[in-house]
Design a protein around this ligand. Structure first.
Ligand code: ZN
Length: 295
């Protein structure tokens, strides 16, 4: 499933090609209503004739800015793909929508499982998106101190919180597991139990795994492609995500374990990612409330 790095790679691959292009027409493919957040006619009316001024990204959402001040939002869901092609390129199956561009090019959207969504923010409606999303993990404004304050408000497992887009925008199952492994943090640790030093490790690990994945043009497990049809190369570098339970940890050789957190399969190494602080507290007779105060 495309997460922050994959959407960022799509953005970077398409932006130089799309910036300044005019959208001549919107063409419906199969079942456009399944992926459009508004009626097709209404979408076409807002978009046709408009020029693309730039491509942005917020969390896992790609933003196509138009010269009207409106923004087309594209959420790729599980299997959504945007591709820039020539009009004579045969249309693939599961193709839902085409943006016909000037200079003989088409931007096509296909989505095998149809969990993706294309919407429209009219001028001044950007806060509708912002209201649903937490900070960007790569933004310098997000400091360890600020993240620590945010973590302190939640008792849920840290893995579950990382998946929540209103807590942090852009992280999904792959990069949450990779970051927790790299930071040596157990995915079941209650979020508020992380001290500032652990939070620093977590933020640094998150940034490393996301930036490395962008540099390798994303992770292609099944069908992710960038906007020009190229698969990513990060899948070969994943350390823990997708490793079968019982197989050796790439660092210490201990059999890795799999648990389900927030309905998502979660792989971790019980030795590199111990559930330590709470276990130590209950052994000293403090069972129940594990108030790990860290100052
Ligand atoms: Zn290990």
């Amino acid at each position: 499933m495309p997460e922050l790095p994959e959407v960022e790679v799509v953005r970077r691959s398409l932006e130089p090609q799309l910036r300044g292009s005019r959208i001549i027409r919107i063409l419906a493919g199969q079942h456009p209503a399944d992926i459009l957040a508004l009626p097709l006619e209404e979408f076409a009316r807002e978009v046709e004739g408009r020029r693309i001024t730039g491509l942005g990204r917020r969390g896992k959402t790609l933003l196509i800015d138009l010269d009207s001040g409106a923004t087309v939002t594209v959420h790729l869901g599980m299997t959504g793909e945007l591709s820039l092609v020539r009009p004579d390129e045969p249309c693939p199956s599961h193709h839902h929508l085409t943006f016909v561009l000037e200079q003989g090019r088409e931007l096509r959207y296909r989505d095998i499982r149809r969990f993706g969504r294309i919407g429209l923010l009219r001028p001044g409606e950007r806060n509708r998106l912002e209201a649903r999303l937490g900070p960007e993990p790569l933004a310098p404004e997000l400091t360890s101190e600020r993240l620590h304050e945010r973590l302190a408000r939640h008792r849920r497992a840290i893995k579950a919180l990382l998946l929540e887009q209103s807590f942090l925008a852009g992280v999904g199952n792959i990069y949450a597991d990779e970051a927790l492994f790299r930071a040596g943090l157990n995915p079941l640790r209650p979020a508020h139990s992380l001290n500032l030093e652990e939070t620093r490790r977590l933020l640094a690990a998150l940034r490393e795994v996301l930036e490395e994945a962008i540099a390798r043009r994303g992770t292609t497990i099944r069908n992710y492609r960038d906007g020009l049809g190229q698969p990513g190369e990060n899948q070969a570098r994943l350390q823990i995500y997708g490793r079968p339970p019982g197989s050796p940890c790439p660092v210490c050789g201990t059999p890795v374990e799999r648990v389900v957190v927030a309905q998502r399969g979660t792989t971790f190494c019980p030795r590199c990612q111990p559930l330590l602080p709470t276990a130590a507290a209950s052994r000293s007779g403090n069972a129940g409330s594990s108030g790990s105060s860290t100052g």
